[in-house]
Write a protein that binds this ligand. Structure first.
Ligand SMILES: [Ca+2]
Length: 320
């Protein structure tokens, strides 16, 4: 069994990603750790617990950071609804979150389960704080699959994707760490990865509680995505990252580059500046880059995914 730790600002697409992980037969989800992002921390934690409940899972849920490192939280209720789940009046979860803080849980589990896969579906605040608490965990974690970034175009500003934009200082700390990062940007959840109206109807026709919840809770996101991009259908960013975490071969084209996170400019705040031509390796540029970006490891970036396989995995997870 592979061990997963999922860090999430649980809104509607996080919920679907969590359902995929909990349904994977070869994956043991050690914990869900929550962070403020799409919604506030309390709501994210409640949504994580409710999602686990719908899956019949008693995975422990740990609450983490209630705001970005140095900025005020700007949530995404305009995209996911005020409750993050499309405002359908879902009941409160029956279970409560654990007493232990998410930061403590991340550090503890990284040591207890060396080689674990960390999947981040929200702002990187908890991960930055855990790395600050104990930098050794970077070497203990086998993979860190990050849903975040926009090497092409962003969804908050033209330069930036939400998870990175909300807490760019945390993202910078994480991308400068020795974590073995695999970045799944927002772009792979677009285009062919968008569920068409027919595909959405086919999922609803599965008739399971999970399928119903997955589609209904994303109703607001479906509308907002259309407003934002003109594309019709349901774009599920976090589930695409989860599909890559569950099966790396879902990512079709990968390359490895240094990535710097912009924190100073308001125009390009949270931009994932990808050294796609590896110009920083050139001695002429190294000094300039290092001064601006800091010395750090390269990350793996997935540029395209197998959208058909992603949808097959999604449907299988919601069918049971
Ligand atoms: Ca998320």
């Amino acid at each position: 069994m592979r061990s997963f730790l999922i860090d999430t600002d649980t809104a509607s697409d996080d919920a679907v990603a969590i359902m995929m992980a909990l349904a994977a037969p070869d994956v043991w989800v050690l914990a869900l750790t929550t962070v403020a992002g799409n919604v506030g921390l309390e709501q994210a934690t409640s949504n994580a617990l409710l999602t686990a409940e719908i899956c019949g899972s008693d995975v422990p849920v740990f609450a983490g950071a209630g705001r970005p490192l140095i900025r005020a939280l700007q949530d995404a209720h305009w995209f996911h609804g005020y409750d993050g789940l499309g405002d359908h009046g879902y009941p409160a979860p029956k279970r409560r979150h654990e007493r232990e803080h998410a930061i403590d849980a991340i550090v503890r589990l990284a040591h207890a389960e060396p080689g674990l896969t960390l999947v981040t579906l929200g702002p990187l605040t908890n991960i930055a704080l855990a790395l600050a608490r104990d930098p050794e965990i970077a070497a203990k974690i086998g993979r860190c699959v990050v849903m975040g970034g926009a090497p092409c175009e962003g969804n908050v500003t033209p330069a930036a994707e939400f998870n990175i934009w909300v807490d760019p200082e945390a993202a910078r700390a994480v991308f400068r760490s020795r974590l073995k990062i695999e970045m799944v940007g927002w772009h792979v959840s677009r285009g062919a990865s968008v569920l068409s109206d027919e595909e959405i109807a086919a999922i609803e026709a599965l008739g399971t509680a999970k399928a119903h919840f997955a589609i209904q809770s994303n109703s607001r996101a479906r509308e907002a995505y259309h407003t934002q991009t003109g594309e019709i259908g349901l774009s599920l960013a976090d589930p695409t990252a989860m599909a890559v975490a569950l099966d790396r071969t879902v990512g079709l084209s990968w390359s490895r580059h240094r990535i710097a996170i912009e924190t100073q400019s308001e125009l390009t705040r949270g931009m994932t500046v990808v050294d796609r031509l590896n110009v920083s390796a050139d001695a002429n540029n190294a000094e300039v880059w290092d001064a601006a970006a800091g010395e750090h490891e390269a990350a793996h970036i997935v540029w395209t995914i197998d959208s058909g396989r992603f949808k097959t995995m999604l449907k299988a997870a919601l069918a049971a």
